[in-house]
Design a protein around this ligand. Structure first.
Ligand code: 13P
Ligand code: SF4
Length: 358
């Protein structure tokens, strides 16, 4: 639906009043009505880097989800306020690993005698608490665009063949990266279930595993199925299937191409006229790309018509953005996301390790 012209005008006016004092970041999964006001757009890696690119901006309005705003707060100065236009914009995957559960898992690994061999790697899609745990235990953050390099780095921290990785919280990204990019077998991976005693694993299973995958997943990408890949191949002859690595392993294995949102955009940008694509990632992005490239004769469809938007990404809508911008323009800092100094210190260690990956 087209944006309400009155709200568009109000957002424009509030942004103009703020000038360079505000910097608006927009994740690719945001609604069109919001993304039109972003000064920069990107995947979670690019936005983490871009957040620090405007030290003179007093306010950073983050159009994305809570863990991204936390990361932006960690990577910017204390004088800058990071604002999330709707505090209900969380992430169900990030919520699947709490600080308490992960501390308990570390005790289980210690008990089994494998903690000293284990390097934690946490996906960006996790709370600041989990990033701080990772930083404290010598690990790194990763995103879907650098997961391979992060795993190679982590295994490089221990003698050849001796290391293990505890991968948090997305089992699919962890498994897909280990198997596709590092050549491991599915048997090298075990799944730690925080709702079962000892994660549902024996000490022997933990000792033999190379990848200990947290039992978390994305509620959007986790719903694409092998059936949807087969169905679209039958329906659109010659279609190329392009999916995000948060999809299940069987979906990734059946796809033609796999990549982060930035990678997906670059592939479609470079695709020739007449090519056909079924894309398995968030619907706001797929629709935007379908509209953008239709005039160039590229046919882009959503991989599975039963999967819907990321409901928490969609929490940030134009009314919330207008409210946040107008409040800031009136001198009221609303919905500030502030990570406490102790958590921030260790989370920053893990984030900076990621930013320093080759
Ligand atoms: P990227 O932005 O790293 O592709 O991650 C996708 C995602 O699910 C963000 O919430
Ligand atoms: Fe979280 Fe998935 Fe939504 Fe990304 S798309 S914010 S991982 S639920």
């Amino acid at each position: 639906a087209p944006s309400d012209p009155d709200l568009v005008e109000r957002a424009r006016a509030a942004k103009a009043r703020l000038g360079d004092r505000v910097f608006v970041l927009g994740h690719h999964y945001q609604r069109d009505e919001v993304i039109q006001f972003a000064d920069v757009t990107g995947d979670s890696f690019k936005l983490a880097r871009d957040a620090a690119a405007r030290p003179e901006a007093e306010y950073i309005v983050f159009c994305g989800v809570h863990f991204m705003a936390e990361s932006a707060d960690i990577l910017t100065s204390d004088a800058q306020s990071v604002v999330l236009p709707d505090l209900a914009a969380g992430c169900s995957m990030a919520d699947m690993a709490t600080g308490e559960q992960v501390a308990e898992a570390w005790d289980v690994l210690t008990e089994a005698g494998v903690a000293a061999d284990t390097v934690p790697v946490t996906y960006m899609n996790s709370s600041a608490d989990i990033k701080a745990f990772t930083g404290r235990h010598g690990g790194t953050v990763c995103t879907s665009s650098n997961a391979r390099r992060a795993l190679e780095w982590a295994f490089g921290q221990r003698p050849e063949g001796a290391g293990k990785v505890l991968f948090l919280p997305d089992q699919h990204l962890g498994r897909n990266t280990a198997v596709r990019d590092l050549g491991m077998s599915l048997d090298d991976c075990v799944v730690y279930n925080p709702h079962r005693p000892n994660g549902g694993l024996t000490a022997d299973q933990l000792r033999r595993a190379r990848m200990i995958l947290w039992r978390g997943h994305c509620s959007v990408h986790g719903r694409f199925s092998l059936d949807s890949v087969e169905e679209v191949r039958a329906r659109i002859p010659g279609v190329q299937v392009l999916v995000h690595p948060e999809c299940k392993h069987e979906v990734v294995a059946a796809a033609d191409h796999v990549g982060s949102t930035e990678h997906i955009i670059r592939m479609l940008d470079a695709a020739p006229a007449g090519s056909k694509w079924a894309v398995g990632t968030e619907l706001n992005l797929v629709r935007r790309l379908a509209d953008r490239y239709a005039p160039e004769g590229k046919e882009i469809v959503f991989l599975d018509r039963t999967v819907c938007f990321c409901s928490t990404m969609n929490r940030i809508d134009l009314p919330h953005l207008v409210w946040a911008l107008e409040s800031l323009a009136d001198g009221r800092v609303v919905n500030r996301i502030e990570v406490d100094p102790e958590t921030e210190h260790f989370a920053k260690v893990a984030l900076e390790r990621m930013l320093a990956l080759p």
